[in-house]
Design a protein around this ligand. Structure first.
Ligand SMILES: [Zn+2]
Length: 200
């Protein structure tokens, strides 16, 4: 079985795990200040899949981590102007080569979903974990990313009472489009025993 090394690159080691403090033991940790406490007694019941790249479709730089750590130079690219002053984060990022990064403990509330709703329940950041795939809406994701996503999701399902996995576009309909039409939901969910794709 594939797993993550300590440097976050997929290799044939043990399956990944989430520790009691909500950190993935094999992820590269890049702490973000953009988080807060979850509401009391809330259960982590939702996984939200996103895509992100800065600029869109460019993967060589470290701009996503810079954004999540409030150190992005917003003058570096014209597309970044709209990001000035924005404070956002995600729990995880899976880069194109499968490298896994973590910014916020799963026990904390990361700021990835924004205005959102799942089956009438608002504020999905309260009860969800956010996973960003480095990518965009118009380009297929890499096999290494699907492998990493399956391993991470498997570890999260073992640790938390997750009942739904949704795209950002499903919980922020009309506002967000990610992970986009290139994300292969049915193949991804087929790797998770007991899960299946349903087009709600
Ligand atoms: Zn998103």
């Amino acid at each position: 079985m594939l797993a993550q090394t300590k440097t976050g690159v997929a290799s044939e080691l043990q399956p990944i795990a989430i520790d009691a403090q909500g950190w993935c033991t094999q992820a590269l940790v890049r702490p973000s200040p953009n988080f807060g406490p979850r509401p009391d007694a809330v259960e982590i019941s939702l996984l939200v899949i996103h895509n992100i790249s800065l600029p869109v479709g460019e993967y060589r730089q470290d701009h996503v981590s810079a954004l999540f750590q409030n150190r992005l130079n917003c003058d570096a690219h014209p597309d970044f102007a709209s990001l000035r002053g924005l404070q956002v984060s995600s729990h995880f990022l899976i880069r194109r080569d499968g490298q896994l990064l973590q910014y916020v403990s799963c026990l904390q509330r990361a700021w990835h979903a924004g205005v959102s709703e799942l089956f009438g329940r608002q504020g999905c950041n309260d009860f969800s974990i956010g996973i960003e795939l480095e990518g965009c809406d118009t380009e297929p994701f890499e096999a290494a990313q699907y492998q990493g996503l399956t391993m991470l999701t498997t570890a999260l399902l073992q640790r938390y009472p997750i009942t739904h996995i949704a795209g950002h576009s499903e919980i922020a309909s009309g506002r967000k489009t990610d992970p986009g039409p290139c994300f292969d939901w049915s193949s991804f969910l087929a790797t998770l025993p007991g899960w299946e794709y349903r087009d709600n």
